[in-house]
Design a protein around this ligand. Sequence first.
Ligand code: FBP
Length: 708
Amino acid sequence: MARQKQIINLEEILNHPQVQKATDDTNKELLDRRKYSPPKCDVFAKPYTVLRQMDTYRFELDKEAEKQLPNIIGNSVQLVEGRDALEGDGAERYEKKRHIGIVFSGGPAPGGHNVIAGLYDAAKKANPQTRVYGFLVGPDGIIENEAVELSDDLVDAYRNLGGFTMIKTGRTKIDTPEKMTLSRETCRRLELDALVIVGGDDSNTNAAFLAQEMLADNVQVIGVPKTIDGDIQVRDADGNVLCAMSFGFHTAARAFANSISNLCTDSSSDIKYWHICKVMGRVASHLALEVALQTHANMTLIGEDLADYTDKERLEKAQKQDRSDYHAYGMTLRHLSRVICEGIVRRAAAGKNYGVIVIPEGVLEFINEIQVFIIKLNTIIAEYNQTHDKDFHASFPRLEDKLEYLRRLAQRSREDASFKLWHTRDDDLFNDIPAFFQEGLLMERDSHGNFPFSQVETEKVIMGLVQDYLNILKEEGTYKIGLHKSYYQKILQSAGLDPAQYGEALFDNYNTDGPLIMKPAIISLKTLGQELENRGLIQKGDKVPPAVEKIYKKSMPSFKTQIHFYGYDGRGNDPTRFDCIYTYNLGLTVFSLIAAGATGQMAAIKNLEMDFSRWEPLGIPIAPLMHLEERKGRLALVIEKSVVDVDSIAFQVVKAHREKWLAATPGVDHFRRPGPIRFTGKSEEERPLTLELNAIGATDKQAGAGKD
Ligand code: FBP
């Protein structure tokens, strides 16, 4: 009997407690996160903190930084120390009512909200009358005086949560006298005592210039090292590590690693795809390196390693002929594609026509020929903007217009020998690359003059070359899938054929152990037929036996890829416990720096690799970290980015495991399963693997140190 259709009263259903619970915006994870109080470093257990000047740390000062930042260039490293009481009017100064502004600058990084929470808690504890303002949508909020006063409710709503949702972020640089005047005006209107800039290398550079300018207004400026890229790492001139890692790196790397590890599982299950994973990191490959350690993906490119490459054969040849060959240094895109192909072909020979490749977003920065284009185009665009007082991208909106402009420059180089910026050869080479890549290389630079690597389909460029070369290898007969001997024998026997007789005809290595590799000469059904004919296994005009055809088809690879980009997703992840604790303590450190009158300093925590009880909050002087670098076609003072050190322990460990993780041998792969970021429970790792490995030497060197 047909069941009668039940009539649903939607309103009743929507009001049902179970439906209400299921559709509520909050869940247990969110509530647990909001409730969690990160532990504080020992120094913050005391009612007051002071700063101890650490003159033992030295920096080599850049002449230009001395000239442009005279007010803060003499700053030293300051160690935060806890005190039960302060001398003289110290307590009064520490507890005075203050107005503090905080801004996020640059891309989001997990943990930013806890920097605000730490600062807010410390400031309100010192004086509940203190006001903390959050500038909205990045530095534009300072320029336009768009700010919100932070309250308990607002701060509590975002504790331990990812993103910069509370006050948003932006990439504007305060780099003109007009913007600086407006920013100073905002600080005056809000009666700010201090301005806190949470940002990357460029934003902390900006913080130094603001500190320099705003000293006259008695506004202290403090920076906080933020970026998932992990490229703000500070050492003094003697190599002492002061800041080993920016916040957000751990979470983003763990999030990427979890997704990529899932792909390792999928790819080794249905064994038909190569997954190509581009991971963020605008220039430095720190994130890719950590992902390699976390997942043991089959191949991980490290940009800094490619730049370090030397073609020894080429070099030796040149040396024998007593000449120099500069092309022997560094890797070309073509060579890189060959290296990747070699790994793919070797795995296929072991029977594994699948795998996972990790490509850092900024890898092109380390490929000579592309780096030259990036620098030349940067300069061309900057010179055009300056000479014509117009925006290059607005003047030449379409790719054809831009290419036409470049063509005219090449023409100019032919007529005027002193014009060297864009030669005919540059133009020819540039016209050889696919249009989507040309568009990528001509993309608008950000306000700090950085190249937008995240917008360029790097993986498509590299994999295009890989595909082309694999096609050649397939034609040559050297890209084949290795087959299990027992499988081959079973198929032939079940068709009544003698495996040994056919084996000699089909495979060069039939009488050895290991996967059977079909002869290079067999690249089509036709060539297969000929081989069988030559051996007298079939007569001229006979069809290849179906069982043999099946074996042939199994041995012929098709290269199928799935392309993924991991960046924005990991950047928006809720922070790991490490990032929650790190950032909350950075916020507390910021207040200690402000309370002690510091300016032009960056809050940091030393000894992050050690047990929490050894973490040391400090202030690092920003001006001494500056050096001159090409930006928008000109030299500018900036904080130097830290790229992967190819001599570091973390990199050397990855390098030593390359062969194992490629797993170009029959048998299992060596994938590692980091799992998702776990906020509760005991199994979440304590800190990034890169950090732990790179600290091995350093921790051993520290007197009496070592992990607790
Ligand atoms: P920050 O250096 O500002 O932290 O940003 C890092 C980053 O996430 C890079 O990894 C990436 O290349 C870039 O931002 C993407 O920028 P955008 O958000 O403008 O697309």
